[in-house]
Design a protein around this ligand. Structure first.
Ligand SMILES: [Zn+2]
Ligand SMILES: [Zn+2]
Length: 233
């Protein structure tokens, strides 16, 4: 959790909630201070994913330095979707990575920005989500639903299980909040139950590696085209 501690120096009181341990030992204190400081309505300054734009094209692969450990990684282009890109793991430090698509020509490769997962306590995920500038911008345009298709990834930091965005965006701000689970599969409901209690259902770890990326225009227009196709039917 060293990353969070570094941010402490910014003297931003709102970050205190993020700096607290995943174990919510303060939640039930009589003055209930944690609940007050972490109210979702208040805008928090949150840490963002580290990225690298040092991306090169080499023999049908892209080569980039890991945003976390700086070691070189290679991903073959045929492992990536031209629009959705793909997820990978740093061979050196095991952080999860998101590599955007949109590299149809070699000349576009250097414009790609690779995202590394950010450790976020499961209990803090909804705060991270709702205070993220990308989500706030989508919210203003009324299109947050697009992150179900693209823009958000969450993995258990220990066992690397990937949770679906549908589960992650439904994680409530408070433990009392009712979740609309109608759109979830039974596996997803089981995952939701465990995540609401603050831990991974598969290994009990309490921290996610989360990524929220900017949503490129080609993804938004691909998704709009798809929506029009459905309307035509
Ligand atoms: Zn690395
Ligand atoms: Zn796990």
């Amino acid at each position: 959790m060293g990353f969070w501690n570094r941010r402490k120096e910014e003297n931003d009181k709102s970050l205190e909630c993020f700096n607290q341990e995943a174990n919510p030992k303060g939640t039930k204190s009589p003055d209930n201070q944690q609940e007050v400081t972490c109210k979702p309505a208040k805008k928090l300054k949150i840490p963002l994913n580290k990225t690298t734009s040092d991306v090169k094209y080499l023999q049908n692969s892209i080569v980039f330095s890991c945003p976390i450990c700086n070691e070189l990684n290679t991903v073959e282009l045929h492992d990536l979707d031209p629009i959705l890109g793909g997820e990978s793991m740093c061979m050196h430090c095991q952080v999860v990575l998101h590599i955007p698509g949109g590299y149809r020509t070699q000349s576009e490769v250097p414009k790609i920005k690779v995202y590394a997962g950010l450790p976020v306590a499961i209990k803090k995920f909804s705060l991270f989500y709702w205070n993220h500038p990308v989500i706030q911008e989508l919210d203003e345009q009324g299109i947050t639903g697009i992150v179900i298709q693209y823009g958000m990834w969450g993995f258990c930091q220990r066992c690397h299980h990937q949770f679906s965005p549908a589960v992650l965006i439904n994680l409530p701000h408070t433990s009392g909040e009712i979740v609309d689970s109608r759109s979830m599969s039974s596996d997803e409901m089981m995952e939701m139950k465990s995540l609401r209690a603050g831990s991974c259902p598969y290994c009990s770890h309490r921290i996610l590696l989360a990524i929220i990326s900017e949503i490129p225009h080609y993804v938004i227009s691909a998704s709009e085209n798809l929506a029009h196709r459905w309307e035509d039917d």
